[in-house]
Design a protein around this ligand. Structure first.
Ligand code: TXA
Ligand code: MG
Length: 317
């Protein structure tokens, strides 16, 4: 059921049920961090390996300190700059956080989401929520309630309706080695913005390097349709006129080709708008029975780097 009634969500979570929650990045599949059965239900419903830990969501920094042993100075600077917002910090966990949440790691991933509905939900609960993205393992993360409903149907009784996920890609995950920020997942906050606040960082996880955080398998965020990064969308369409093609473009592109469906991620070429529209557009094209979906790389600046990380994973074979 898709509902905007917070009390239904509060009751379900208090009873150990799962609820899909809107955030500014993507929808999360949430359950109580202190209820072992709810934690296990999350892994089962997503079909996610239990070695892939979950992010803890709460509503203010003073709550975070109930769950972590320490917050290094640079972590605190980032928290003050970006929370509530699309920043996840890896911090040493206190013993009240179950090992099943962190898959046995001594670090817990924590974030304060910037979404009015979910902040208000978190304030009404006596426990933090663990919430991975609300998609079956390796599929495209959902950025609206309907996508979540399509994925899980009646297996997920409560989906909390919220405004559109304004950022549209997952949070940036930052850990710390001796107070130096280490980027474990590029995301909705650019590496440049992190470095502006906390100084030079190391970027750990890229598709070419070894997988450094359990969830960063190269194949991720993938449509069922073949997904290709091309040098030129126009040339590809011209050279493959016999194929049914879905094209995602940054900026407006006039294409009069009967076999081709084009989605403009942002008519004005705005990268933030493109980010907000990317997953939904991939998902919509995926439902059109096409031979392939194509996209050009984004400019390698700001969150363009994060978007390129996602489309590389989506095109991984
Ligand atoms: O924007 C987001 O972060 C969304 C919304 C719902 O908050 N959540 C999300 O969760 O993207 P998920 O589970 O799809 O991705 C979490 C990533 C995974 O790659 C996981 O391996 C990593 O965070 N992670 C979680 N806890 C960790 C830990 N203790 N150590 C290392 N990596 C961790
Ligand atoms: Mg995910």
């Amino acid at each position: 059921m898709i509902t905007s009634d917070l009390s239904i969500a509060v009751n379900a979570l208090n009873q150990g049920e799962l609820v899909a929650i809107p955030t500014e990045t993507v929808y999360g599949l949430a359950g109580s961090a202190f209820n072992e059965q709810a934690i296990q239900k999350i892994f089962q419903l997503k079909n996610r390996p239990t070695c892939n830990p979950l992010i803890l969501h709460t509503h203010c920094i003073s709550e975070v300190s109930k769950f972590v042993k320490e917050i290094p100075p640079n972590a605190m600077k980032l928290a003050e700059a970006f929370w509530p917002g699309p920043l996840t910090l890896l911090l040493p966990k206190k013993s009240n956080i179950p090992n099943s949440v962190t898959s046995g790691s001594h670090l817990v991933a924590v974030r304060i989401p910037n979404h009015a509905v979910t902040l208000s939900l978190l304030q009404q609960l006596d426990f933090p929520l663990v919430a991975p993205s609300a998609n079956p393992y390796t599929r495209i993360s959902p950025t609206n309630a309907k996508m979540v409903d399509d994925y899980f149907g009646e297996a997920l009784p409560v989906i909390l309706e919220g405004d559109i996920c304004a950022k549209g890609i997952e949070s940036t995950i930052v850990g710390f080695h001796d107070n130096i920020p280490v980027i474990y997942r590029q995301g909705a906050i650019s590496v440049d913005a992190i470095e502006f606040i906390a100084g030079k960082s190391k970027v750990q996880a890229t598709i070419k390097e070894k997988v450094t955080t359990p969830g960063m398998s190269p194949m991720h965020y993938a449509p069922m349709t073949k997904f290709c990064i091309v040098d030129s969308v126009l040339d590809f369409i011209y050279e493959n006129r016999d194929l049914k093609i879905g094209a995602l473009t940054l900026g407006k592109l006039e294409i009069n080709q009967p076999n081709t469906s084009v989605i403009h991620l942002s008519i004005n070429g705005d990268i933030e708008e493109a980010s907000a529209n990317l997953y939904k557009s991939m998902y919509d094209l995926d439902g059109m029975n096409l031979d392939c979906i194509i996209i050009e790389k984004f400019p390698e600046i700001g969150i363009g780097k994060s978007l390129n990380d996602r489309i590389q994973r989506a095109s991984f074979k």
